[in-house]
Design a protein around this ligand. Structure first.
Ligand code: FAD
Length: 279
């Protein structure tokens, strides 16, 4: 069982708990992006197992009627084993998801995975005419070019600032420069994208800018935030008619994810400590 200290950031260990959390979000106007925790498998069996778990999850989502999609990490379904393993598992997941009317997101990992991730995404979003989305990172210098490529495809793109420490030869490393790139790319996406834009950020400035861009260009967009991070803002935006998705991690491998969340901000750590102390 997940201790209360972690349950602010992780929905539970089972798919049933994840779906239940999604139902509670739906009741407050927020949709869910369910993510089974797991990454960097070096052998094929666990990668295949997690791919099968996603297929079962998609069936659960469809059966429950909950407003939820899924988000998959490439290294969780075999990218470290081989590009072909990843592409095969992703294709299987997307096929089942598409059959059940469930949208599939592909998370983006470090820069060594970008080409393989975008190639697999391009194949699938072209084959299915959308129904798939990919994450792209504003800190990578190559993103400007990648966005030109993505603009020509169906499907949705989630813009994030980037969670991986990348070398300065290929990435912006100063926070201000990443923010500047995020704004530029957001503007490009609202201007050029037809499939819809996903703003994957907790940053009130970026969300306000996205709302201005929506007013200017009329492009559909959604805001995506993590479970346990600015939850009240998520509900407030939804009440204000913005499409909001909460990224909801679940599964047995919750500890390292929780640890990252708790350590990344003083507020999260204090929240966790208060939960331990019961006040
Ligand atoms: P930051 O630049 O960290 O902060 C800006 C402002 O946002 C802060 O000043 C504060 O006002 C507010 N804020 C931020 N965090 C908090 C908090 N904990 N509590 C209160 N206020 C806060 N990265 C990847 O590399 N690949 C992915 O696939 C990926 N998927 C993601 C999916 C989602 C839905 C989200 C939300 C993020 C994802 N990320 C991913 C992580 C992303 O790259 C950033 O590392 C992360 O979102 C932090 O950047 P930020 O824009 O939210 O805000």
């Amino acid at each position: 069982m997940i201790p209360p200290i972690a349950s602010n950031f992780v929905a539970g260990e089972t798919p049933a708990e994840a779906v239940e959390h999604a139902e509670s979000l739906n009741a407050r106007g927020v949709a869910a992006i369910l993510n089974l925790l797991g990454e960097h498998y070096e052998q094929r069996p666990p990668a295949d197992e997690d791919a099968a778990a996603y297929e079962a999850l998609v069936r659960d989502i469809a059966k429950s009627g909950v407003d939820a999609c899924i988000s998959v990490k490439p290294s969780q379904i075999g990218l470290d084993v081989g590009e072909d393993v990843f592409a095969e598992n992703l294709a299987d997941i997307v096929e089942v998801a598409d059959d059940h009317g469930v949208f599939t997101w592909v998370d983006m990992e470090d820069h060594e995975t970008t080409d393989a991730t975008l190639d697999a995404y391009e194949d699938l979003t072209t084959e299915y005419g959308g129904g798939v989305g990919v994450c792209i990172q504003a800190n990578l210098k190559r993103t400007e070019e990648d966005l030109e490529r993505l603009a020509a495809l169906p499907g949705k793109v989630r813009l994030v600032k980037g969670a991986y420490d990348e070398p300065s030869s290929i990435a912006y490393t100063r926070k201000e420069r990443v923010n500047e790139a995020y704004r530029d790319y957001l503007e490009f996406m609202f201007r050029e994208f037809e499939g819809g834009v996903a703003v994957g950020s907790h940053d009130p400035e970026m969300i306000a800018y996205a709302r201005d861009l929506h007013d200017e260009y009329g492009t559909d967009y959604e805001v995506q935030m993590l479970m346990g991070v600015r939850d009240d803002a998520q509900f407030d935006l939804a009440a204000d008619d913005v499409d909001v998705y909460q990224y909801v991690p679940y599964g047995g491998r919750w500890f390292s994810y929780f640890y990252r969340r708790a350590m990344e901000r003083k507020e999260n750590l204090l929240f966790a400590l208060r939960a331990v102390l019961g006040r």
